[in-house]
Design a protein around this ligand. Structure first.
Ligand code: AMP
Ligand code: ZN
Length: 463
């Protein structure tokens, strides 16, 4: 039984989809004004793990992830310039060129990290008329009002506002920040549509003159268009809980008067050197930058897999190095399993299979699942274990089916591997005399054999 933590109810709940075996899932996608950084990518890895765990449980998935190519202002709370326009000015390119370029790099990053592509990837700029209709409906039903600079959602008309983050609006308003827009009825009212100032380079015709959509309306419109007014899972990073997702709920549920999402899931943040990532600190890394420093993208995926998605994860280069070494050990050890001709008892395999399933089904506990894989590879080398590891890899996404022979294991002849196996068996039986004599035979044939924490390593001796 799969259980997941629902941000809305603040507890782990049994997962049961709205409709049979098809899970409908929406994830907030990137604002394509810049490269995705490793923090963003942690969140996409988290969503990918949720997808893979669902698939492992036999569910089919209809996943939607939007591309925000207009409307996301510098502050999530509708202040500042549009991120796309700022990038367009700074890089002297049109917003379309900016969006196209960063969207394609984003997809390359996903591919490098073995993140599955969602089934539908809608762009905000291709859904403007749907957004206008949605805002009109909110206006007609009295949930929105017009000011000189746009159309705003009136949160006083939606008493449940704040239910996701548990924010107490009365307390908040007492100490509220100074509101720049004096026409707003409440500082928490948010823009559904903005009127374009003269010279604004992204604008569309609307009943309220030329303008562009607010960021939050994009997600409501695109999720409902492709998944309906009630769908299973909505995911994103924790920073989206208090503003973006609160606002999505208000927009969705004002019109339908019923819940819009069954399970809200949020991934915790990635920190760098225990602090926030910021351009001014020069610690906003991309996957390509990690590659330039000699890491493989899957080292980063493996690094992320070692922390539960609801825990903060502190990125350091030492931590990434440790992950790299640990992944190499796993690969070396699995290679020995792959090349073994021994068998493992079915009960033992079943035990690992069950433990792995329990771990992933306990709110996607991937670190625990990885621990189970690591215990499993310490068992006597056998192809059965290798095959089970490949099953687990459907969730982990570490390309364990594409094991390169570990550098020092290349071209080790089968007779040597057989002797290594016999020696391991002898050691297990505590027949150390036999183990030593087999080691001597291996040495005489020109190979060394060393026991490491993660298994046996064989090398060709230098002649
Ligand atoms: P954005 O493109 O800014 O909308 O962000 C894309 C995704 O990355 C969102 O789901 C954010 O919640 C998430 N995100 C942003 N910064 C971090 C971070 N430091 N750690 C983890 N996720 C993040
Ligand atoms: Zn969103």
């Amino acid at each position: 039984m799969l259980r997941i933590y629902n941000t809305l109810t603040r507890k782990k709940e049994e997962f049961s989809p709205i409709k049979d075996k098809l899970v409908t899932m929406y994830s907030c996608g990137p604002t394509v004004y810049n490269y995705a950084h490793i923090g963003n990518l942690r969140t996409y890895i988290f969503t990918d793990l949720v997808r893979r765990v669902l698939q492992y449980n036999g569910y089919k998935i209809k996943g939607v992830m939007n591309i925000t190519d207009v409307g996301h202002l510098m502050e999530d709370s509708d202040d500042g310039e549009d991120k796309m326009i700022k990038a367009s000015r700074e890089q002297k390119k049109t917003p379309l060129e900016i969006a196209k370029y960063y969207t394609s790099v984003f997809f390359e990053d996903l591919k490098k990290l073995n993140i599955q592509k969602p089934e539908v990837i809608p762009k905000a700029t291709e859904h403007i008329s749907d957004m206008i209709k949605y805002v009109e409906a909110l206006m007609e039903q009295g949930y929105a009002y017009e000011t000189s600079d746009g159309i705003y959602f009136d949160i006083s008309k939606f008493p449940e506002y704040g239910k996701l983050s548990g924010i107490n609006l009365e307390e908040q308003q007492a100490g509220a920040r100074v509101e720049v827009n004096l026409e707003k009825k409440s500082p928490y009212d948010f823009a559904l549509w903005k009127k374009a100032e003269p010279g604004h380079i992204m604008q569309w015709e609307s009943p309220w003159g030329m303008g562009y959509p607010g960021w939050h309306i994009e997600c409501s419109v695109m999720s409902q268009k492709y998944l309906g007014t009630y769908f299973d899972i909505h995911s994103g990073g924790v920073d989206h809980i208090p503003i973006h997702h609160e606002n999505e709920i208000a927009q969705n549920e004002a019109l339908t008067k019923k819940p819009s999402v069954k399970y809200w899931m949020h991934g915790e943040f990635m920190l760098v050197d225990n602090g926030k990532m910021s351009k001014s600190l020069g610690n906003v890394y991309t996957i390509s930058q990690l590659e330039e420093k000699g890491f493989e993208p899957l080292d980063f995926r493996f690094f992320c897999l070692n922390a539960h998605y609801r825990k903060k994860l502190n990125f350091t280069f030492d931590g990434l190095k440790a992950a790299k070494v640990s992944r190499e050990r796993l690969i070396q050890s699995l290679y020995l399993h792959k090349t073994s001709n021994q068998k493992t008892a079915e009960e033992k395999l079943e035990k690992y299979r069950a433990e792995f399933m329990d771990a992933i089904n306990d709110d996607i506990n991937i670190p625990l699942a990885l621990g189970i894989l690591f215990s499993m590879v310490k068992e006597t080398k056998s192809q059965d274990i290798y095959k089970l590891a490949l099953e687990f890899d459907k969730v982990l996404g570490l390309d364990l089916d594409k094991l390169p022979p570990p550098k020092n294991q290349t071209d080790i002849p089968q007779d040597i591997l057989d002797l290594v196996e016999k020696r391991t068996e002898a050691k297990k039986r505590k027949d150390f005399a036999l183990a030593d004599s087999i080691r001597d035979q291996i040495n005489q044939k020109g190979y060394s054999v060393v026991d490491t924490r993660d298994g046996v390593v064989v090398n060709k001796l230098e002649s």
